[in-house]
Design a protein around this ligand. Sequence first.
Ligand code: SF4
Length: 245
Amino acid sequence: MSFNEFKISYSRINAYLFCPNKYKLIYVNNFYIPANADISFGQTIHKTLEKYHSLGGKTFEALFESYDACWQNDGFISPQQSFEYYERGKKLLENYFASFKTSRAKILYTEKSFDANIGKYKFVGIIDRIDETPEGFREITDYKTHVNIWEQERVDKDLQLSIYAYACRNVFGFTPDLISAYFLSANKKIYTKRNARQIEEAVNLCLETAEKITAEEFDPDVSKCAFCDFKHKCKYNVKGTEELT
Ligand code: SF4
């Protein structure tokens, strides 16, 4: 396997930490995770907000137009389910707009990509939004579209947010004053911070994981099979395998 062009991303690290064999199935064997309602809905909402803000949208009508233009109708099990998600998205955007129109913060970037150095590796990613408050504070926000809201502790330990804080400091040249996970379905932001030690720990974890990937250490973690997208396709899942790799 050639790793000349190997770039780390949060998705890759997350797949490997879930189960090294899951990483292999996706990134070496080119298996793909079939579309489902939650994946499509999440992509629709991200694209809607990116389109709306990048066009400098100010009205709810414009937001709703972006929603219709970005709606992704893949992976729903029935027209009824698609309709239910569509209605859920409308409600989510109504609540989002109500908060947005009273916000005094200026949006600096939406879907801002970065290409950071971590040791000998490149780390690529996209930050959903970077704002600046009238007081000059910078905030990075990660949109979440699932229904369940995380506890504060989970947000405080979230690896993705730690990597974003690292990218801000090392690529964009500023330390974020505020970091938030924005649970759009409940229109609730949970704020967190990252200090230098936490960022260093996240970077080290990414480096260690990248080393294992490049060394092709892909031992399966069968304790995760019940929750895995490939549980019906993986030969290591001894319970209920339909198709072997
Ligand atoms: S089914 Fe189990 S062993 Fe196979 S990739 Fe998923 S978690 Fe890993």
